[in-house]
Design a binder for this molecule. Structure first.
Ligand code: AMP
Length: 529
């Protein structure tokens, strides 16, 4: 057989030759719908690649994006690698400290940024070495306009076919304590992940589909859906920055979306809107509501189906797994099971997709697939990270070729996982991570705080919200307002704890660490406000 390289270039050649008419639909910041095609997007991506070369980009350079989900961002997904560079998506919701660190750690030379996100860039610009700033919209002085770059450039000369193991894109994750870590995707991993995603028992994407990634393009590349859609010719519907339920429902109805993918918080809000006015939107085109990134509540899966005829599919993955690694389609043997049993099964995080292997270990030993014994989930496969950029987080890779996820699971007899807990000291709120450690160190910088521990509290809307447990300095009684005001100078507002509890002492482990399980037990069930 031929050693045919699995590259983004090969995927784009196919898209240009066979799906040039395939639609790319986007929502502009003013709400207007803009229509384009893979043919146009790929032609513009080739010119963007040419433009990046004129800016001095050389193979292997990192080109960052700070953008919502729209056509130009898709062009950068394709165009940065066509110039030989590595696409690096930045999450505008991160703190400026994290963004500055990430841009430095990745060594980004150029950034493509939305006009509406220039203030985010301004928050860390003087702490990084970005050489060129390309603005989608109106540039400020010293910056280039994206459209000028494209208009002024010819198509990039076709580069030699890259090695399939070469880097094509990267994305940072805050998946454990400490600094964010870079995950670098290879051409090969991207192509194989796209092929797998398209398969019927995975995301089932075909040419007749119209795919709406609600998950932003800076979250694990919108779950790889832009690539999967281009490979199959499915229409891609990009929501821009408008992720409120009404805008999404309008898009689903107007564009006859068949597959939409997002975190539970998005679907909870959509459900609320549908419940409030079930006749207002026609969602009959929607074949699959893909829910992932955080645990989908069984009640959500049930209500979407029963009240609105929408079929929800629960999926598990990580930035480190490109991200789709497990999917919870109902196994055949449950097809005749009572409705409650079927729902419980579908609400698990599911079985590994093709070519992904899972195991769980506790005390150095693999736990049995009995649906009861808990262990840390480990994963391996062709789109699982083998290391982090720069060698960070080496402890997450076992010596024998598996990646430690930090998720605590049980595995049932059929190989379906259920996430029960996690070892990482983080809070996942609306699909975004909040670092407990960052909140704790910021809180401990408050003049009236002696000690602070931050835990996750279950929250109906956001999945989890932070709760801060505080020991005050002698003779002090810090007010909630002053704690919030103090934190707000260092962290984005949405990261701030919803509740503050003053205690005499924080329980500790023998090793002197905060015993967070005791805190969770003590405050569990009290909910976050
Ligand atoms: P990220 O790298 O930001 O995508 O986060 C990956 C982590 O999100 C996983 O390790 C889990 O802790 C969590 N996660 C992702 N999908 C699910 C899911 N379906 N249910 C529960 N947790 C999830």
């Amino acid at each position: 057989m031929m050693e045919y390289p699995l590259t983004l270039q090969a995927l784009l050649r196919r898209a240009a030759a066979l799906h040039a008419d395939g639609q790319v639909v986007g929502r502009r910041p003013d709400g207007a719908i803009e229509r384009s095609s893979y043919g146009e997007v790929i032609a513009r991506a080739r010119r963007l690649a040419g433009g990046l070369l004129t800016l001095g980009v050389v193979p292997g350079d990192r080109v960052a994006t700070l953008c919502w989900s729209h056509r130009e961002h898709l062009e950068a997904f394709f165009g940065a690698p066509l110039s030989g560079a590595v696409l690096h998506t930045l999450n505008p919701r991160l703190s400026t400290d994290d963004l500055a660190y990430i841009v430095r750690d990745a060594g980004d030379r150029v950034v493509i940024v939305d006009e509406s996100l220039l203030d985010v860039l301004a928050g860390f610009r003087d702490r990084v070495d970005l050489e060129r700033i390309v603005v989608v919209g109106r540039p400020e002085s010293g910056q280039e306009a994206y459209e000028d770059l494209i208009a002024g450039a010819g198509e990039a000369p076709a580069l030699e076919e890259p090695d399939e193991l070469a880097a094509v894109a990267m994305c940072y994750t805050s998946g454990t304590t400490g600094r964010p870590k870079g995950v670098v995707y290879s051409h090969r991993s991207l192509v194989l992940h796209s092929l797998m995603s398209a398969t019927v028992d995975a995301l089932a994407v075909g040419e007749e589909d119209r795919v709406l990634p609600v998950a932003p393009m800076f979250h694990a590349n919108a779950w790889g859906l832009p690539y999967t859609a281009a490979l199959t010719g499915a229409a891609l519907v990009l929501p821009g920055s408008r992720l409120d339920p009404e805008s999404l429902l309008e898009l689903i109805e107007g564009e006859r979306v068949t597959i939409a993918a997002g975190v539970p918080t998005v679907w909870l809000a959509v459900l609320e809107a549908l419940d409030a006015d079930p006749q207002r939107w026609d969602v009959s085109s929607l074949r699959t509501v893909l829910i992932g990134g955080a645990a989908a509540p069984p009640a959500l899966i049930d209500a979407l189906e029963r009240r609105h005829g929408l079929h929800a599919v629960h999926s598990w993955g990580m930035t480190e797994t490109a991200p789709v690694a497990a999917i919870s389609r109902l196994p055949q043997r449950f097809s005749e099971a009572p409705a409650k049993r079927r729902l419980a099964q579908r609400a698990r995080q599911g079985r590994p997709v093709g070519l992904i292997e899972l195991r769980a270990r506790a005390d150095e030993r693999e736990v049995p697939w009995d649906g009861e014994t808990m262990g840390e989930l480990e994963v391996r496969g062709p789109w699982v990270a083998a290391s982090y950029h720069g060698g960070a987080g080496a402890e997450q890779f076992t010596g024998d070729g598996w990646f430690r996820t930090g998720d605590i699971v049980t595995i049932d007899g059929g190989g379906s996982i259920e996430i029960r807990d996690r070892t990482k000291d983080l809070i996942k709120s609306g699909g975004e991570w909040i670092s407990s450690v960052a909140l704790e160190s910021a809180l401990m910088g408050h003049p009236e705080v002696a000690e602070a521990a931050v835990i996750a509290m279950a929250d109906e809307r956001w999945g989890e919200r932070p709760l801060a447990v505080i020991v005050a300095r002698k003779g002090c009684r810090p007010s909630e307002e002053s704690l919030r005001a103090h934190l707000a100078t260092q962290l984005p507002r949405w990261c701030l704890p919803d509740r503050y509890e003053l205690v005499e002492a924080i329980p500790r482990t023998a090793a002197g660490k905060f015993l967070k399980s005791a805190l969770r037990e003590r405050f569990a069930g009290t909910g976050s406000r």
